[in-house]
Design a protein around this ligand. Sequence first.
Ligand SMILES: NC(=O)c1ccc[n+]([C@@H]2O[C@H](COP(=O)([O-])OP(=O)(O)OC[C@H]3O[C@@H](n4cnc5c(N)ncnc54)[C@H](O)[C@@H]3O)[C@@H](O)[C@H]2O)c1
Length: 438
Amino acid sequence: MAEKGVKIAPAEGRLGVLLVGLGAVSTTFVAGVEAIKRGLALPVGSLTQMGTVRLGKRTDGRSPKIKDFVPIAELNDIVFGAWDIFPDNAFDAAMKAGVLDKDLLNQVSEQLASLKPMPAVFEQNYVKRLHGDNVKTGKNKMELAEQLIEDIARFKSENECSRLAMVWAASTEIYLEETEAHKSLDAFEKALYDNDPSVAPSMIYAYAALKSGVPFANGAPNLTVDIPALTKLADQQKVPICGKDLKTGQTFMKTILAPGLKSRLLGLHGWYSTNILGNRDGEVLDDPENFKTKEESKLSVLEHILQPEVYPDLYDGFSHVVRINYYPPRGDNKEGWDNIDIFGWLGYPMQIKIDFLCRDSILAAPLCLDLALFMDLAQRAGMKGIQEWLSFYFKSPQTAPGLYPEHDIFIQLMKLKNTLRHLRGEDLITHLGLEYYD
Ligand SMILES: NC(=O)c1ccc[n+]([C@@H]2O[C@H](COP(=O)([O-])OP(=O)(O)OC[C@H]3O[C@@H](n4cnc5c(N)ncnc54)[C@H](O)[C@@H]3O)[C@@H](O)[C@H]2O)c1
């Protein structure tokens, strides 16, 4: 029982959730939390709020809510902060994003209007399509990092927070590969002073968070905290990190379906995925350099789940295509189509079609909430560095070097719940179940 588990500091005092980017996802998250706090809506889609965890044997009848099983911060104790390149407060930004009904937003307008973004660290080169002027200036990237560190400290003291967590919910940056500047903390810090282009703004936020002892979750596919310099810094500072790219819409569907096809040993000739999306994220991703970052993240999933090297007869050389088309009339209401060409017994071909009329930010907001709360829990439980147990939330989970990521959503959920059981000293569940037949 709990005495056997890990010592977890209580969730006392206020938790400051710092959002990088105050766009569709962030405002839907903040407005949602405010609406839920007032009993106007339910936290649908959030594991920390609605999920349960089975303990002991199936016959024991013990399935507490996760939030009653592990000490998670209360929604009433959350206070939000944000940075954005546009000066709009969260109410105006939410109105522009057009995800939530005006009626609902009006009911939480006071809280939203009081959330005003701090000036951002931004450079046009990394997000080609955006132009905003709520940005910091400094003679080099280290100076910008220092300004963020000051923002973090000021926010914490002004809002009387006992703990903080940072979530990157800003635009997807251009595709970057690991360079020498990313390999060690010394090289990284030198690169900050030298204004090295391989240090993207998202890395500056991550560096500032880690230096301030603040957990950092990356909701976008940018490299950001997935470089040796920053994973080492996270270890050194004893701060949890996780990423990358929230697993919502189409990739969420893929990681549900692909493990099922593989479990029945059905083969795959090809998987064609296309989307229409009309929000600002869609506009940013309309630029080929920004789309490349997203594409890499989306493409990796099937290879890892299907393991063509283990099942060459079923999965060798399948075709996998992913497209995102910017189509303004749809706003945040993305439509994702998948055409899946599979084959069965004796090689006979079959097709599956999916048409997912989803709402991007409605799917993403509860993941941001869970990540902020679980990262805070992890820190209070003394967990540091990469939090692989939070792979459940990501398209491209960060893992230790040399370890391939686990993409199967059901394995990811099992891993997450077993981590919670481990923290509380409960038996891990293997699903062996032979004891019921002894
Ligand atoms: N909604 C989903 O289902 C989903 C899933 C996975 C990933 N994501 C990612 O989450 C991110 C946010 O998505 P969104 O729909 O809210 O986009 P959005 O365009 O509505 O919001 C992003 C905000 O970030 C701001 N921004 C850009 N660069 C910044 C910087 N350097 N510092 C501070 N602010 C900055 C922009 O001005 C904008 O307001 C995107 O990267 C998106 O790819 C979303």
